[in-house]
Design a protein around this ligand. Structure first.
Ligand code: ADP
Ligand code: MG
Length: 259
């Protein structure tokens, strides 16, 4: 693994294959995300984007290949030159470093915005409530929702709920944030407020993998753009360059549909 300054990968995905039954959904995916880098993953529906993200935080197991996050092999430990499955407790600790934001917000409906953000640190980490509350307020402020702390999810717009979901992930102090089409379920006028929060997060140095159809975001914020089709990486490069001059016909056809 490279360890030179600025090139150390936060995520290294190496020759990952994943099948569901007889269907091979990821057919040997390799990519690196450097520390502080933002990789945007685009591709048609069913191409394996969500599966790829889900493999990174072990919501899915992989059939072959390796995934490292911050140098740790995901799901395994190496002992005596052999790979051993991590214990559930060790896996749970490993996953705490990886935040994930979904298309649907999955907030606890009977808890306020503040309580949603406090939940992880208090329940999983045993952080004292006062401390967790202070930090949760800071995070709600960061996503522009300090004045909504006492609101329940049903009293918030979709964009506000998604910003609470981002704050909730950040409360666990992740090293890496995964976003799976975070704005796809939102009314068009609410998309930008969520992208603005993600832009700030990227600017703060967070390492991010973002599945999105928002090419404007990819162009402005992405360090790398990966186009996946049929479980393989078809095209990759600097987003501004590949969007201006897509090389592969499948990527051109895809852009014709989303732009
Ligand atoms: P994308 O996010 O790019 O739309 P997905 O990663 O969700 O694609 O899905 C890729 C393929 O894997 C699809 O054909 C989907 O039907 C299939 N798939 C995803 N999850 C499962 C699952 N849990 N069981 C069986 N097939 C699945
Ligand atoms: Mg998906």
């Amino acid at each position: 693994m490279t360890t030179g300054t600025g090139t150390r990968p936060m995520v290294r995905i190496s020759s990952v294959r994943k099948c569901f039954g007889a269907v091979e959904v990821l057919k040997g995916i390799s990519l690196d995300v450097p520390v502080g880098g933002v990789v945007c993953v685009v591709g048609p529906s069913g191409s394996g984007k969500s599966t790829l993200l889900r493999c990174v935080n072990r919501l899915e197991t992989i059939d072959s290949g390796r995934i490292w996050v911050d140098g740790d092999l995901i799901g395994y430990a190496e002992r005596d030159g052999r790979l051993h499955h991590l214990s559930p407790a060790a896996l749970s600790r490993q996953k705490q470093d990886i935040g994930m934001v979904f298309q649907r917000f999955h907030l606890f409906p009977h808890r306020t915005a503040l309580e949603n953000v406090m939940e992880g640190p208090v329940v999983v980490r045993g952080v004292p409530k006062d401390k967790a509350r202070t930090r949760a307020m800071e995070l709600l402020e960061r996503v522009g929702l300090a004045d909504r702390a006492g609101h329940y999810p049903a009293q918030l717009s979709g964009g506000q709920q998604q910003r609470v979901a981002i704050a909730r992930s950040l409360a666990m102090d992740p090293k890496l944030m995964l976003f799976d089409e975070p704005t796809s379920a939102l009314d068009p006028e609410l998309v930008q407020e969520v992208l603005a929060v993600m832009r700030d997060l990227a600017a703060s140095g967070m390492t991010m993998m973002v599945v999105t159809h928002e090419m404007g975001f990819a162009r402005e914020v992405g360090d790398d753009l990966i186009f996946i089709d049929g479980g393989v990486v078809v095209e990759r490069g600097n987003p501004r360059e590949v969007l201006a001059a897509p090389r592969h016909e499948r990527f051109r056809a895809f852009l014709g549909q989303v732009l």
